[in-house]
Design a protein around this ligand. Sequence first.
Ligand code: AMP
Ligand code: ZN
Length: 493
Amino acid sequence: MARTTQNLQLYNTLTREKARFKPLDPAHIRLYVCGPTVYDFAHIGNARPVIVFDVLYRLLSHLFGREHVTYVRNITDVDDKINARALRDFPDLPLNAAIAKVTKTTADQFHADVAALGCLEPTHEPRATDNIQQMQDMIAALIAKGHAYEAEGEVLFDTASMADYGALSKRNLDEQQAGARIEVEAHKRNAADFVLWKGSSETEPGWESPWGRGRPGWHIECSAMSNRYLWDAVADQLSDDAKAHAHEFDIHGGGLDLIFPHHENEIAQSRCAHDAGAMARVWMHNGFLQVEGEKMSKSLGNFITINELLATDKFGGRKWPGEVLRLAMLMTHYREPIDFSVRKLEEASNILERWYQLAGKALPERDADWENEIVDQALSNDLNTPDAIRRLSTLADAVRDQPEAAGRFKQVANLLGFLTQTKSEWDAAKRADVTLSDDEILAQIAARHAARQAKDWAEGDRIRDELLKMGIQLKDAKNPETGEIETTWEVKR
Ligand code: AMP
Ligand code: ZN
């Protein structure tokens, strides 16, 4: 149920200030986040915007009602990196078939990865290749309005035609010109002019267009897709206030590195094509992730994919459940840099273990006070997830003393996408790399019990140590009623 009042504060890169979020139309909250370019496995840095904006989507859904929020995250499936990968990996296939193979496998992998991280599916996930016409329409409008020009088989955006080009990144065009170290490419009027459309050779993918067979530039993809799903598709349902802000939507997000040039250029295209005062009202950017104190790069050998963390022991010698990765990510505020480390993952794993122990079997049960605390005090303060996690841990203390509160705790943890599995699923994920089944473990425990009955202590210890090597720790406790020693087991990390 939507709440009537809310005090969500968000930091806006456009104004460099935190301010109260005022939706254009509270019945139609509109959010766009730049999605992956599908040519390779997503790395753990790419997971950060997906997780951060998933929390925002959950929060907006909580505040305004899920049916009142439209979340668009695109898939960039036209890109020269994709072409290069297709030629490398499938040299024997025709180019289009090779490209389709690369983009399908990569997009499928991306979906599996982010689902494991507990991220909800966006409302729409448009692909660039399904929106070529929309891009061409927008480019034609830019040319007609004097904001773009053709030169040497390309269509370029004329940055000098926009008085306040550079407002998001606070770059001023003259400064850029003066500071430019590279010579302006001969066909460009200004160094900052960027490609909207470029010609394709016979061996490159291309679409027919008024400017010859070619392909779109990266920036125009997002301008066209956001406008299609956040304006064209909904405009007739919007309030009069929102209609008065034609072509604008509420929030646009992505990583810090996208501010310039990608988002700056999206703004230039969208505003100039539609004569709009703004593209999005609020621009949000997550900080960068580094690994064990260093920038992630293939040459440093610390480049790690989401899939490697989930499915191999390449990082820290073990597999990590997606929920642990999610918590580790959200323990840092989204605008801060994050240092991803084994130590941080272990900390997140321990926190979740405790939460599952306390709330494991309970069914979620609504509690307005706890909910308001997490939502109003923490998340509404510019998505302060570290604060929310600290508060959750304090609530966990209350559950320890008051086990009947377990369901309430589970429900507030669910708000952030945690404790969404059953306790046994969590246990299973934790012991994903333990190869013994429960029955095999119980059989080993019985064998040890028999050895000890026969006073073969060495054999009993051997079985215990073997299990420990496989990550299974045994615990012996005396049953106070029968006086018998009973053995239980848990996964040891
Ligand atoms: P890309 O595939 O480079 O276009 O990146 C996809 C998304 O991941 C963009 O929103 C980037 O800003 C973000 N991103 C890439 N690398 C990192 C990183 N190391 N830390 C945080 N975000 C990143
Ligand atoms: Zn984009």
